[in-house]
Design a protein around this ligand. Sequence first.
Ligand code: MSP
Length: 533
Amino acid sequence: MNLVEKTEKTFALTTPLYYVNDLPHIGSAYTTMAADVVVRFQRLQGRPALLITGTDEHGQKIQRTAESKGQKPQEFADEISTAFVSLWELLNIQYNRFIRTSDPRHEAIVKEFFYKVWDKGDIYLGQQKGWYCVSCEEFKEERDLLDGHRCPIHTNKEVEWRDEENYFFRLSNYQNQLEAFYQSQPDFIQPESRRNEVLKFVSQGLQDFSISRVNLELGFPIPVNPKHTFYVWFDALLGYVTALLEPDAEPTLENALGKWWPINLHLIGKDILRFHAVYWPAMLMSASLPVPQHVFGHGFLTKDGTKMGKTLGNTLDPIALIDRYGADAVRYYFLKEIEFGKDGDFNEVRFINVVNADLANDLGNLLNRNLNMVKKYCAGDVPSIVSEDITVNNPLKAIGLPLGEKVKEAYEALSFSQGCEAVLSLVRASNKYIDDQAPWSLYKQGQQQSVEEVLYAVLESVRLAAYLLSPIIPNISSDIYQQLGFGIDFNDQKQLSVLAPFKTHAKWGLLTNKQTLGTPRPIFQRIEPLRQL
Ligand code: MSP
């Protein structure tokens, strides 16, 4: 299923807006790394793309956490929000907008949106009774709870009983419209298993949900009754809209929605699927606004089979990981090793094995070894061969020619691991090809033409691999490109689609002898294996 195809020219995608109840952990980084790969891939193809991320700064969870630390909620939110920004810098995330839901401009957008829904007659005052998980910021059905009234996601937290007056959104009014929408846009919810979950949930009958709270200070007041504040999710989802405002634009829906709306892709974790795939489109339908094109719910990063999370305290510190291994290795591991959409366990021994095998050995050594042979056997110049001189029976050309399209399809379907595997198959075939062809023997036998053909085919394969992996490992790819004599930095958004357009660079056979090769140097330092398990 092609997730990122759209007839319009622009492409907008979002990460969730992260709660500021604690420092970011690797789970929050996971969605953001994936989003960054998608946005970089769009840009590589010359498509204007906008990546929205940010922080969700309202609700009881944050209010309580700030109180427990003896801090004012806003001060606390400022600190944590800054930590997210710094982590995105360290991880080399090319986001365009960072929205904080405490932004006063956001209040204006929420208010305007509220009145649209209010005027439609979709909001009413009622009594909310039920079990609430503060960590999820969500009411739970009694039948879904674990023993001792514990939340199934935050298994160490008990849900709390609520019986209070709230404003409700008439979700039940949208049952038919939503069902018709899911039918007409079958790829709205991805992957398929998540779509089925949502369809099942909706078919059981939708109930109205409360959009206000009493006794909650941390939130915007409800315009028609300031004793109530907005339920955190009602305001948070609208953060995606506020984020679209140009910095100096007046905060109106019209200004926000002009250029990038509707969002092409919301990337989220599976725990917040209902909000994005049911509540959100219904809210937009009520306000007579177009709904987003796709919602993709990925799996959880787990530790010993349990979701890593701030509430459970079993997280992994992404900063320590980046400090130790570098941003590219971290990005590569999570995108390549875990099938996007499924859960995946983190294990440091495995991490080291994977990045050593793929980045240091298969890719890094291949380049290094080959550049040294070019120095020795071809006076340091790219062999003066053109792709047409090499027959299609050449194993590298045979894999290389269709690879660009194959990897494009994988990225577009958000199958990052498949994309990496496809590229690695070329890299591995290149290593085997060198061993089989033994250019050192060919050289000794005076078969210069064959030596040059082998070395050209391998250099070109490394180039293509670097290009196609550049959304995932931009620093390493830039380093490879520079050693191959291209003055191209894959982190430079402005020059990329002009200097290295997808339609030429994603094709095997681009390298020519006009390139002046750089000095060989390792692109990824092998990591010492851990001694303990
Ligand atoms: N504030 C809401 C989102 C509002 S969007 C308008 C929220 N925040 S969160 O910080 O709790 O979670 C943000 C995202 O991180 C979710 O998509 C969640 O699935 C993801 N992850 C949190 N822990 C995770 C793992 N252990 N593994 C993978 N992703 C996880 O929900």
